[in-house]
Design a protein around this ligand. Structure first.
Ligand code: FAD
Ligand code: DLZ
Ligand code: SF4
Length: 511
């Protein structure tokens, strides 16, 4: 008899370990363990989402005839960690072998590998075939390249999976339609409602358990409207494709006050815990284009995120771990300020994004990159602290995707392996892509002094501070020329403003 251990981000019917099982003889182990919820002190809503999705998945497996040994977080015998739960199950059930699909995170994979030598039962680790490129595929693509660029990887993936292709050529004659994707919705636009599901008794129980066990964790548990089954996650995908995908491209970078969901798909957490498969999302979007219900710029933009970015960051993660965790190109060492945990701030963009993150365990890409990440980059916050925060707060955060996005894309902590230049900007970009600045205590059009938008001087001060590290970057050559044309007085003014602001930030004053 085989025992398959299924982890909380492996909730897929086509999981490798499941396909090896015979329901009449083999059995399944699933466990809610304190170690996973506290190694990183996840957002309460994220834990409730995972526990509820796990409990629903276990019920579905039981309906298929499987014997499922399910340990809840508050079971008196809960052994507290994956290892201890596996050992307990092995001693109780005495299987011939334990099988497990490769864990998505380096830490857990290393742990599971050690079981192969240490457990009395044989332990078989199966490859996770729910991604579209294996770590080996990526390593092969990366071999011999001096620089990695997502765009070239993405083109190969388009050809390999025959997505939006016209023979050898990309559909529409271009691989990438990003230039068409920088609009803000006109005043009065009504954004479609995000999908919402009323919690069923299983979800209500999971919410209550989290309220009881993890009351100290960051984030709002209620209201809880996420899908927790594959069936409902497919509904989210369908609604997105019908209602939001046509405008996804145009408004992909836009941010509006009190509009957390915009035209994004909100499927990251379903993809990352296995309820959705990336190829079905891609193929459904492609079909919408061929049926004429969504334009190419939107469909290509959406597909690039999943077939390109998602696979690319995972490839980098497995290629560069474990050292990637330590990357700190700018030697940034500032502590994460309390405003990331909800302390009052006068910076409306940050206040908005943090509030929405606390409420929903969600923020869309541009909020993460150009507000929350941009500020951390410009203020020189220690990448470890920034990574910890991003890993805690988002329902879709698992280290394989969070770390390359934070250290590589947002903080440039890997020195340019993942991105060709830092995604840094002054307040002008935030003002162009959002209406946050209208409700802010700072003035986005003011460059200097206490009234000025802090992004304005922090942007130039970041370039001043890191001149030696960035001077070789051709993509910043023009920006440095602009900085160099500034008068010495203006340069000193930038330094003075930045020193005042960062000093206040460090002292915990209201900024
Ligand atoms: P949409 O905008 O609708 O995009 C569709 C899908 O494309 C997403 O669900 C996701 O699966 C994929 N995708 C889009 N961009 C990326 C990307 N850069 N990397 C990987 N996949 C991508 N994504 C996570 O899944 N987990 C994280 O922990 C995470 N942390 C991030 C941290 C920072 C600093 C930044 C800049 C980005 C991060 N992202 C992360 C990527 C992206 O922001 C989220 O995938 C996206 O916001 C999820 O919302 P959505 O499902 O509405 O995405
Ligand atoms: C994120 C998470 C949390 C909070 N809790 C659990 C859990 O109790 N049981 C479980 O199987 N998985 C959980 N997860 C997801 C795991 O952290 C994830 O499966 C591993 O990190 C993958 O390597
Ligand atoms: Fe953010 Fe500056 Fe705009 Fe205020 S003025 S919302 S701090 S970008």
């Amino acid at each position: 008899m085989k025992l398959a251990f299924i982890l909380g981000d492996q909730l897929s019917p086509q999981l490798a370990s499941l396909s090896k099982l015979d329901p009449s003889t083999d059995q399944i182990l699933m466990a809610e363990v304190r170690a996973e919820a506290t190694a990183v002190r996840h957002h309460k809503k994220k834990i409730a989402f995972i526990f509820s999705a796990m409990r629903h998945f276990a019920e579905e497996l039981k309906k298929q005839g499987f014997t499922v040994h399910y340990t809840r977080i508050n079971d008196p015998d809960n052994a507290g960690s994956f290892r201890a739960e596996a050992e307990r199950a092995i001693s109780e059930i005495q299987p011939e072998s334990l099988i497990i699909t490769a864990p998505s995170e380096y830490r857990v994979f290393e742990e599971v590998k050690s079981w192969q030598d240490e457990f009395s039962t044989s332990v078989e680790i199966l490859p996770d075939d729910r991604f579209l490129a294996t770590p080996e595929d990526f390593a092969q693509w990366a071999a011999g390249r001096k620089q990695f660029r997502m765009e070239f990887f993405y083109r190969e993936m388009r050809r390999r999976y025959d997505v939006l292709m016209n023979g050898e050529d990309p559909e529409g004659g271009k691989w990438n339609f990003d230039h068409d994707n920088r609009k803000t919705p006109p005043k009065g636009t009504i954004i479609p409602e995000a999908s919402r599901f009323a919690p069923d008794p299983i979800t209500i129980e999971a919410i209550n358990d989290v309220a009881h066990e993890f009351s100290e964790h960051f984030g709002d548990l209620q209201p809880f409207h996420y899908a927790v089954t594959r069936h409902d996650a497919l509904t989210v995908l369908k609604q997105f494709i019908e209602e939001r995908l046509p405008s996804f491209g145009d408004y992909q970078d836009a941010m509006l006050q009190d509009e957390p969901w915009m035209y994004h798909s909100h499927i990251g957490h379903y993809l990352n815990c296995g309820l959705l498969h990336p190829l079905e999302c891609i193929k459904n979007a492609e079909a919408a284009y061929h049926e004429g219900s969504a334009p190419l710029n939107a469909v290509e933009g959406f597909i690039r995120q999943i077939l390109g970015w998602r696979e690319y960051v995972r490839g980098i993660y497995w290629l560069k771990m474990p050292n990637y965790e330590k990357a700190n190109f700018f030697e940034a060492d500032r502590a994460l300020p309390p405003l990331y945990w909800g302390a009052l701030t006068r910076m409306n963009c940050l206040g908005q994004c943090v509030r929405e993150t606390r409420e929903n365990a969600y923020a869309h890409h541009i909020q993460r990159l150009m507000v929350l990440g941009n500020f951390a980059l410009l203020a020189g916050i220690d990448p470890r602290e920034v990574n910890d925060w991003f890993h805690v707060v988002y329902a879709d955060a698992y280290q394989w995707v969070e770390l390359p996005n934070v250290s590589g894309m947002s903080l440039f902590a890997d020195g340019g392996l993942l991105a060709s230049k830092p995604y840094s900007s002054s307040g002008a970009y935030i003002n162009k892509m959002s209406n946050y600045c209208r409700a802010c205590s700072y003035s986005v059009s003011t460059k200097a002094g206490p009234k000025a938008c802090p992004f304005n001087y922090l942007y130039w001060n970041f370039l001043q501070r890191n001149r030696l590290r960035l001077k070789g970057n051709q993509r910043l050559a023009m920006t440095y020329r602009t900085l160099d044309k500034m008068t010495p007085e203006r340069q000193t003014e930038i330094e003075t403003d930045a020193a005042r602001f960062l000093g206040d930030l460090d002292k915990g004053e209201l900024v």
